[in-house]
Design a protein around this ligand. Sequence first.
Ligand code: ZN
Length: 254
Amino acid sequence: MRVEIVPCLRDNYAYLVSTDDGTECAVIDPSEAPPVERALERCGLTLTAILNTHHHHDHVGGNSELRLSRRGLAVFGHTSDRGRIPEQTRFLEHGERFEVVGLEFSVMHIPGHTTGAIAYITEGAVFTGDTLFAAGCGRLFEGTPRDMFESLNQKLAQLPDTTLVYCGHEYTANNLRFAASLEPTNQAILQKLEQVLARIGRGEPSIPSSLAEERATNPFMRTASPELRASLGLSGDADSVSVLAATRAAKDEF
Ligand SMILES: [Zn+2]
């Protein structure tokens, strides 16, 4: 599988996904059309599907313009986002599988950031939108701390360590600084921060991460960490959902 990272707006990422030698691709979360059109041209790829992780404008903003010149282009999103994702044609349920551009995708419903948030899983990669970021998670606009806890730690956490994580924004350095503030002795966080700053310094994306890296560095997947709990003023027997809630509240103020 080939994944072309397409920077959009200020810090969003769209992704062109195709087979290694395919000429057709799907785009995940086209924030805006022009950078996606330029990437299609540069890569010599034909767009045949739009996969949206959730309804926010910086993830669906390019849908209508991309579809203007491509009538019949399929637009995928969660069934509950009907009426919120522009031009949506496919209404997905948790666990559903579908095939586009020669790749089989499966759908994981991961509410928390929004009620209709989904992840797309294919070929050892997961596209997580604004639910799981590298070293972070999205704000809880429509979901509860329990929703986010279950999405990250019961659903996404089932994926193998080697799964590559492609998320919706370049927030990784700031997320890792926050993670280091909660777990100052966690070497995995400090090492990854150093690597990420070097990559960003070279003008490269920090994406993809991996599930193994997230388990080691992401405070929202590390609610059991005694050091993290102590930093938040919580005891060892606090329940994991309240630890996630306190972590999210602390990040909102960071
Ligand atoms: Zn969002």
